[in-house]
Design a protein around this ligand. Structure first.
Ligand SMILES: CSC[C@@H](O)[C@@H](O)C(=O)COP(=O)(O)O
Ligand SMILES: [Zn+2]
Length: 197
């Protein structure tokens, strides 16, 4: 996770302490970045364990869980095969979210890179959902939870939050990283092509 975060930071997707990363430890727990850490210079001390359902117990005044822990919890709870969840503040996803918010999703059609999301179809059409960026983070988590309750919607391994950034997950850290990079490519492709629906 430290290596992946540094790579994303160097791309400009985790600037100013933004973003958070987690990886599953066992069926009921995951390891997540502490809140407010420099994602370009993480150390092993910048992580803490958290239950999928409930509050983390090992917090101290200087080690609190990510402010967006509830979103990681919602994803792990709804997607049992998710082994890692990465959140980045990648700018093109924010541009697309504003452009496409009126239909609640950014539509990607035909791009070869869709295969990077694990979707191998002829003429694929993928809908990346956009959620409102409520100030109250558990409200965002509740919206994502409702969305992921529908199994068909779990085909796309990520969700976008309006004018904020996206979450991508995968069976392990390698797959989550691949999905983060694939979404970054697709959002940029969509924006540069002027592909708003
Ligand atoms: C300047 S980061 C904004 C934060 O509110 C949040 O969106 C974020 O991604 C990082 O929060 P964190 O609590 O460090 O995990
Ligand atoms: Zn964020």
């Amino acid at each position: 996770m430290i290596r992946d975060a540094r790579g994303f930071y160097e791309q400009g997707w985790l600037l100013g302490t933004s973003g958070n990363l987690s990886i599953k430890l066992d069926d009921d727990h995951f390891l997540i970045t502490a809140s407010g850490r420099d994602k370009g210079r993480l150390t092993p001390e910048d992580f803490l364990a958290c239950p999928v359902d409930g509050e983390p117990s090992e917090t101290t005044p200087t080690l609190g869980p990510s402010a967006e822990t509830s979103i990681h919890q919602a994803i792990y709870a709804r997607v049992p095969e998710a082994g890692a969840v990465y959140h980045v503040h990648e700018p093109y996803s924010a541009f697309c979210s504003e452009r496409d918010s009126y239909i609640g999703a950014t539509i990607m059609a035909g791009a070869e890179m869709i295969k990077g999301l694990g979707i191998w179809e002829e003429n694929p059409r993928v809908r990346i959902p956009i959620f409102e960026n409520h100030f109250d983070v558990p409200q965002i988590a509740a919206d994502i939870d409702r969305h992921l309750a529908d199994e068909a919607k779990r085909r796309v391994p990520g969700v976008n939050i309006r004018s904020h950034g996206y979450y991508a997950w995968g069976e392990d850290a390698f797959a989550a990283k691949r999905h983060v990079e694939t979404f970054a490519y697709l959002f940029r492709y969509s924006w540069e092509m002027g592909n708003g629906a």
